[in-house]
Design a protein around this ligand. Sequence first.
Ligand code: 5RP
Length: 220
Amino acid sequence: MGDDAKRAAGRAAVGELRDGMTIGLGTGSTVAHFLEALAESGLQVRGIPTSDATDAHARTLGLQVLSPDDVDRLDLTVDGADELTPGLSLTKGGGGALLREKVVATMSDHLVVVATPDKVVDQLGRTFPLPVEVIPFARGPVARTLVGRGYDVVERDGRTDNGNLILDATHPDGISDPVAESAALDRIPGIAEHGLFIDLATVALLGDDDGGVERRTAVR
Ligand code: 5RP
């Protein structure tokens, strides 16, 4: 699906907002459309960006930007995804912002996903590798641990906004039990965060190339 579908989804997310809200600003090309529509809407909303790129874009558009130190809770976050299941479990991190994205999502009462229908999958990890953010010191041990868990591991070029590296981890069978896998990855020292977002998303807005948007809520 093309950029028109992403634009439809991103712009529709403005309909989830109310004046005075404090929100999380996700990262990616679909969220970029949301930011532009938010700026055009004139809504009085303050936001915490989840990446340096989103921070710069939001400031350019004249949006009010906060840091996580400034607030206890967020009304909602609008963010993209790389894969989503009907229960709205996600893989995220294609844009490398997964660590800040998860911090902000867990501060939020709701996570609104903006995406396209081709990203809906029955099983996570089959169409997109799982991004794992790792502190540089732990690259070797974490990579070996992931290989031991059955993943093929490829290190991404560059560093994240947090100075870490990303290992893209592909399992030949996909991720059959995302809850258990998420918990297991949480316990590996040196992993700063991984791209499994479980029980966080509450709404998905799926845009299509004709400008239509399907609104889905989590089936759990
Ligand atoms: C960044 C992300 C993005 O939200 C995800 O990769 C989707 O991006 P796009 O909207 O460009 O398809 O997780 O870390």
